[in-house]
Each structure stands twice: as structure tokens, then as C-alpha cells.
Design a protein around this ligand. Structure first.
Ligand code: NAD
Length: 332
């Protein structure tokens, strides 16, 4: 998906000719499937693969490149965009654009592309897996077993069939999760801010609401699938947790800061939240002592942001990103 395009002072055609004549230089700063590099190179682009490059090094390198390819680790803020004097395109090999200052990039005439649909199935499957794992307290039992303790009977989980699942954000991933959860016999309610989502819900046979607070009060399980924006930052917080049902389960495979995780830990420790499953955290990896307390909590299962870490999703992300770059350059 092309997010924004503007070529200051140069007609699009002249820009394309200039690009075709000069060999375009691409800097890749996060680990990507080799397919992405192969496709770009087979279209005449020169690719430098520097996964894990430190920020200081990135600031030194970026002035020499036309295209920057990142995943979620590399923060492409104003400073990086300004340092990239030659930059014409930033590609996010994945979905979320919260690590890129898109507004500033577009203002500077830099196109931003991503691969919006490529990981949806993998993330949805992980979400359902985490939801079941949380409901049945896998983590507590696995940890006990690893210590040599046969923990049967010590903790009892809950069934999902017949329970109400609130899907917050009924986009590509949320809608898939909603459909899968219906197959588990759950009552599924979707919440979203756009009209198109109401239509998507109707087609999928999912109830739709615009009343988030009311839906949070009714839900047995809440799963988050919204992008990280000013509106969704700490969308789940002390106030909303206070209003939720006793014994609620919370699943987050979207972005860590959508939940005030310190508040979540408090409500887990109080026993109001039955269990939580998180693929994303506010800091990845965790920094603070309380964050590690959350990770180690027996009723919390944490995976290290592996939503898109399947062979299939990585291959699709690589291809979708490479073709989005080529399309934005007019090379395809
Ligand atoms: P999407 O854009 O298809 O869907 C997001 C939905 O959220 C849209 O329908 C949008 O209208 C809705 N939304 C936006 N703001 C909202 C708000 N304030 N309240 C309610 N709804 C709101 O995105 P997607 O591909 O389904 O991705 C969803 C999330 O999953 C994103 O945060 C993305 O970064 C994350 N993600 C995580 C992983 C992972 O590895 N865990 C991988 C891919 C995507």
C-alpha cells in the first residue's frame, strides 16, 4: 500500500527517468526474507543488507541511499528522515507504521509503502492460540511441569464456547479472529470506528457495536486489533479495567502501548483479570522490573512479537513489500 507520494520540483515522469538511469541504492536495516532482496536486485536495484544496524550507524549510512527498508525495530523518526537527504522511499516490511513518522516523511516528499495484508492469517492464528492458552492457564502448568511438578488440579481454566469475545478493531486481523472465534462457539462482538467495519461484521455474522465501554463491560474475553495511534494509546487502562467483568481474559497481538500494561499487572495481581496473553509489550524487550514481573506472572503468557513469524507470512511480507517498492517506483 502506498501511503503518500510527492516529488518536489520534479515531474513524476522526469523523476522516473532519473531513477531508471541512476542505480537505486536500497538500505535494509532489519531482518527480512531473502526473497525481498532477490526481487529488488532482479529489477536492477542495489541492496545493502544491514539487519540490526545501530541507530548511530544508521544515521551515518542513510544519506547514501534512495530507499530504506525496515521492519518494526528501526525507528524512522524526523532525525533519520532528515539525515536521509537522498531518500525517496521508505518501506515497512509488515503492517504497523507506528515506527515511521509518516506525516513528516510525506511532507519531505518521501513515499511510504507497507505490506498490509501479508501477515493477517498468521497473526489471527496466533491470537486464537494465545486465547486458548490463556483460558487454560498453559503457562502455569508448563512452568510447574518443567520443575518436575505434576500440576493437575492446582489451577482450573475456563471454556471459551458460549463466552462473549469483544474484538476491538475489525480490520484484516480482527475480522479473521472474529470468524475463527465463532467456530469455537463464542458470541463475537466487534467494535471499530469506521462504517466499513459494520458492513464487514454483518457479512461475517458478527455483532457490531460503537459503544466500546458498554462492550467492555459485557466481554468475557477482549482481543485487541487496532493500530497504535493517539486514540488507541492506553485504550485499555485502569478506568476500563475497573469497569470490566470479574475474570476477564485480555489478549493483545496488536501493539503493546494499546494497553497500560502497568495497570494490567495490577488487575492481574488483584485477581480481577483472570489471565492475559500478549505478543506485544510497551517495551520490546521489557526494560523495567515491573515489566519482567508481568512476563513472569503465572497467568500471563507472553510471546516475543512473533505474530508474523511464520514461514508463510515472512515470504508474503517479502514479496508484497518488494512489489510495493517497485510499483511506487514505476518499475512494475
Ligand atoms: P487493519 O488496518 O486492517 O485494521 C485495524 C482496524 O482498527 C481498522 O478497521 C480500523 O478502522 C480500526 N481502528 C483504528 N482506530 C481505531 C480505534 N480508535 N478504535 C477502534 N478501531 C479502530 O490492521 P490489521 O492488519 O488488522 O492490524 C491490526 C493490528 O495488528 C495493528 O496494530 C498492527 O500493527 C498489528 N500487527 C501485529 C503483528 C504482530 O506481529 N503481532 C503483525 C501484524 C500486525
Amino acid at each position: 500500500m502506498v501511503v503518500g507520494v510527492w516529488w518536489p520540483g520534479l515531474g513524476a515522469e522526469a523523476w522516473l527517468i532519473a531513477f531508471r538511469e541512476a542505480r537505486l541504492r536500497v538500505l535494509v536495516t532489519d531482518p527480512v526474507d531473502e526473497r525481498l532482496i532477490r526481487i529488488l536486485e532482479s529489477h536492477g536495484l542495489e541492496v545493502d543488507y544491514r539487519p540490526g544496524v545501530a541507530r548511530e550507524e544508521l544515521l551515518k549510512l542513510v544519506p547514501g541511499y534512495d530507499i530504506l527498508v525496515v521492519r518494526s525495530r528501526t525507528k524512522v523518526d524526523r532525525e533519520v528522515i532528515e539525515a536521509g537527504r537522498r531518500l525517496r522511499l521508505i518501506a515497512r516490511a509488515g503492517v504497523g507504521l507506528d515506527n515511521i513518522d509518516v506525516e513528516y516523511a510525506v511532507k519531505r516528499g518521501v513515499t511510504v509503502v507497507n505490506a498490509p495484508g501479508a501477515a493477517a492469517q498468521s497473526v489471527a492464528e496466533l491470537t486464537i492460540g494465545l486465547m486458548i492458552a490463556a483460558a487454560r492457564l498453559f503457562k502455569a502448568h508448563i512452568v510447574a511441569l518443567e520443575k518436575g511438578e505434576w500440576s493437575k488440579g492446582r489451577w482450573r481454566g475456563v471454556e471459551l464456547a458460549g463466552k462473549t469475545l469483544l474484538v476491538v478493531g475489525l480490520g484484516r486481523i480482527g475480522l479473521r479472529v472474529a470468524r475463527m472465534a465463532k467456530c469455537l462457539g463464542m458470541r463475537v462482538v466487534g467494535y471499530d470506528v469506521v462504517d466499513a467495519a459494520a458492513e464487514r461484521a454483518r457479512e461475517a455474522g458478527v455483532e457490531f457495536t460503537r459503544d466500546l465501554r458498554g462492550a467492555l463491560r459485557e466481554a468475557d474475553v477482549v482481543t485487541l486489533h487496532v493500530p497504535l495511534t493517539r486514540d488507541t494509546y492506553h485504550m485499555i487502562n485502569r478506568e476500563t479495567l475497573e469497569e470490566m467483568k470479574e475474570g476477564v481474559i485480555i489478549v493483545n497481538t496488536a501493539r503493546g502501548p494499546v494497553i497500560d500494561t502497568r495497570a494490567l499487572l495490577e488487575y492481574l495481581e488483584k485477581g480481577k483479570v483472570f489471565a492475559a496473553a500478549l505478543d506485544v509489550l510497551e517495551h520490546e524487550p521489557p526494560r523495567e522490573e515491573w515489566e519482567w514481573r508481568l512476563v513472569r506472572h503465572p497467568r500471563v503468557i507472553v510471546t516475543p512479537h512473533i505474530g508474523a513469524e511464520t514461514r508463510e507470512a515472512r515470504a508474503r511480507v517479502a514479496e508484497e513489500t518488494a512489489y510495493a517498492i517497485l510499483e511506487a517506483l514505476g518499475l512494475r
